[in-house]
Design a protein around this ligand. Structure first.
Ligand code: XMP
Length: 521
């Protein structure tokens, strides 16, 4: 399965097992410079392929003197390209080049905010105040620097907070410039990436689009055809538009209406792709098929599995109509494919594989076209804007693959899904029309499988409750519940009760994650 051509230049980041690796990559990209993460045992090959302007060695949980501490090929230091070691990266550099690393026994290590003091002027720390706050997290320290190095800064318990061997282009920081608690970390990273390594600052949306379109055209060739599933989400949409720019009518998109979509979703996709972008779009109405397969199923995981399987079957059948398509387009993002080392020691590369559209099986035997596989979500959004996609799509809230099925608690029915769809549309309308979603991660309705008594007019009602779920989050891993303004809550409650038949109560979910999850199933 070959991938698109790699991007050359930029910064190569070697992951020694830090939790901050993606953050380093993002900080570099925020400078407008391409960056890529690799595992230590693949670093030399990645270097030769990428030909970066500079290398950053990340931190990691190990000590260099532990038997299973991660190492990388020493040749990487002979490439005449500047190298910056951060934390463990600095210790590995020191250890490898003839310095001495030892446990910071006397101080028990250094964790959290620390004051750093410069010892003299340097290219690496140019523009950093004489005293500034940095974020440390290390148990070992460099006791003796290798020959050729000088100390650039120190902190209380740490004699070497920053060091350099300008002549050979080796640099090291004991602190973490990538975390926001390091006051001028951005200045230090910029000094290394832009001034010392002289990496080209050309990683901008316009440049990325041109680069991607060129790479897709090269991969698919002049005759190749691509089939891909559109979910209506930002990733598959941006990927499809990029592929379409590259190969036009040789892209065939399949949108599966599984009956679990939100109100208007199918129309939006149809309008955008067929009418505006003129993409060859096949809409498969599989609503009944999904509902039949899910009949009577109330276990959340079984629901997910069934939805995944039916999607694959439906997609496979639709794709048969495109016999000439030997390529499969996917909206896979970089965080899904980053090669990362196991948390402790062993440099085993773990490749997480994730399929945006329902999980397509390997045996489709097609070559993947994944134009977003080296991009972060915010970069994908920026590209979406560059491509002229509407904000309603580019900035839309995450929507789970199994759709409304995991918000309609218990066994599904067409009636319940329709009630939920209407209630959810009101929540979205009120939040989005009044621009209340700034800072929010998701805002939606959940339908519970119980009924309670109410009264409307002179009538007694016996109907379902709807739960309003509004959360903030950085990445969906943890989340806080959020309270909409009281006026908005009043409007949402009143509209749902009055406009949606079958609902007589609106409740608020005020549970964070953990202990709750964002979705109800
Ligand atoms: P939870 O409910 O686990 O959700 O707190 C975290 C984030 O992931 C989304 N989510 C899913 N996305 N398939 C998806 O594509 C799923 O099965 C799925 N389950 C949850 C959820 O919307 C939230 O943003």
């Amino acid at each position: 399965m070959s991938q698109s051509e790699p991007v050359h230049g930029g910064i190569l980041i070697v992951d020694f097992g830090t939790q901050y690796c993606q953050l380093i990559a993002r900080r570099v990209r925020e400078l407008g410079v391409y960056s890529r993460i690799t595992a230590p045992d693949m670093a030399l090959a990645a270097f030769r392929e990428q030909r970066p302007a500079g290398v950053i060695l990340s931190g990691g949980p190990c000590s260099v003197y532990e038997g299973d501490a991660p190492h990388l090929a020493r040749e990487i230091l002979d490439q005449k390209v500047p190298v910056l070691g951060i934390c463990y990266g600095l210790q590995w550099l020191s250890h490898t080049l003839g310095g001495r690393v030892e446990p910071a026994k006397d101080s028990g290590g250094e964790y959290g905010r620390t004051e750093m003091e410069l010892t003299g002027p340097s290219a690496l720390l140019e523009g950093v105040r004489a005293r500034s706050t940095v974020w440390m997290s290390h148990g070992d320290k460099v006791a003796t620097l290798p020959p050729g190095f000088t100390v650039l800064a120190r902190s209380g318990p740490c004699p070497v907070a920053a060091a350099a061997d300008d002549k050979r282009g080796f640099y090291g920081l004991q602190f973490h410039p990538e975390v926001s608690h390091s006051e001028q970390g951005d200045v230090v990273l910029r000094n290394f990436v832009v001034k010392i390594a002289r990496a080209a600052c050309d990683w901008r949306p316009g440049h990325i689009v041109a680069e991607k379109v060129r790479a897709i055209a090269a991969q698919v060739g002049t005759q190749g055809e691509v089939v891909m599933g559109l979910s209506g989400g930002v990733d598959s949409s941006v990927a499809a538009v990029l592929i379409h720019r590259a190969i036009g009518a040789r892209l065939h998109c399949v949108f599966v209406d599984n009956g679990l979509l939100r109100q208007g979703e199918r129309d939006v996709v149809e309008h955008l792709f067929r009418d505006q972008e003129h993409v060859d779009l096949r809409i498969v109405d599989a609503r009944e098929r999904f509902l039949r397969a899910l009949d009577g199923v109330d276990d959340p995981e079984r629901k997910r599995k069934i939805i995944g399987k039916v999607f694959v079957d439906v997609f496979r059948e639709a794709a048969r109509d495109f016999q000439r398509a030997h390529f499969l387009g996917q909206g896979t993002l970089y965080p899904d494919v980053i090669e990362s080392v196991a948390a402790h020691g062993g440099a085993t590369a773990v490749i997480k594989s994730h399929h945006n559209v329902g999980g397509l099986p390997e045996d489709l035997d097609m070559e993947l076209v994944e134009p977003l596989r080296d991009l972060f979500k915010d970069e994908v959004r920026a590209i979406g804007r560059e491509l002229g996609l509407p904000s309603s799509l580019v900035d839309r809230q995450p929507f789970p693959g199994p759709g409304l099925a995991v918000r309609c608690v218990g066994a599904l029915s067409a009636e319940k899904l329709e009630i939920l769809r209407q209630a959810d549309a009101i929540v979205r309308d009120e939040v989005e029309t009044h621009a209340l979603h700034k800072g929010l991660w998701q805002w939606f309705a959940v339908l519970l499988p119980v009924r309670s008594v109410g009264v409307m007019g002179d009538q007694r009602t016996y109907a379902y409750p709807v739960v309003l779920r509004v959360v903030s989050s950085q990445d969906g891993m943890t989340a806080d519940w959020e309270l909409l303004p009281l006026e908005a809550l009043r409007r949402i409650s009143s509209r749902i009760i009055n406009e949606v038949k079958g609902v007589n109560r609106v409740c608020l979910d005020i549970t964070s994650k953990p202990p709750g999850t964002i979705e109800w199933e």
